[in-house]
Design a protein around this ligand. Sequence first.
Ligand code: 5GP
Length: 219
Amino acid sequence: MTAGGHGFDGVERRGLMFVLSSPSGAGKTTLSRLLIERMPGLKMSVSATTRPMRPGEIDGRDYLFVDKSRFEAMVKRDELLEWATVFDNRYGTPREPVETALSAGQDVLFDIDWQGTQQLREKARADVVSVFILPPSAADLEKRLHTRAQDADAVIRGRMSRATHELSHWAEYDYIVINHDIDEAFAEVQSILKAERLKRERRTGLTTFVRELQRQLEK
Ligand code: 5GP
């Protein structure tokens, strides 16, 4: 997926797709929120899902809450960039907002699982930067799932057992961050994004920029 648009430093660039994945409870939601709050030029991709809304969630902000038939229709019309079944519910990324943001030179943040990450990578390898967040221990993961306390015990048990499976995909990611401490983990994720934004290949306006520099020097 290629796109133009002016970057944070005035040089034209392609937006990148910044993917965070982890087992539920490893701190990915908090990290996503901090990134959106503190990194200008980054926009959250709001997924469509068939799962029921949790207390405190807002339709259109946290997810687009849709029923199964609406989801199926989105798949049929090719409106989703990727989609997957997670915990018996469907989740998918609406294509249009992502393409619009990337075309404007904005980066897009995705909180999606390994299945979605694989699909994005197949479609746009050069534009995808993927980060896997690991909890420091199983006990820590369980504690965070209980503290969140929005799900029934049976759901939490299901998420713990699924965590083992999700963990097995860690090696498919570009970067691995261990979330011992949320501030440190945030600093690490932020550094990854900052460095990836400076990659030469993404900075489509550099040739023009350097040519202008040379012209000025030759005067
Ligand atoms: P939750 O129901 O706890 O919000 O999310 C469950 C899992 O679904 C998380 O691992 C989350 O990353 C993943 N997920 C959320 N949205 C999407 C999506 O659009 N596509 C894919 N593949 N996974 C998603």
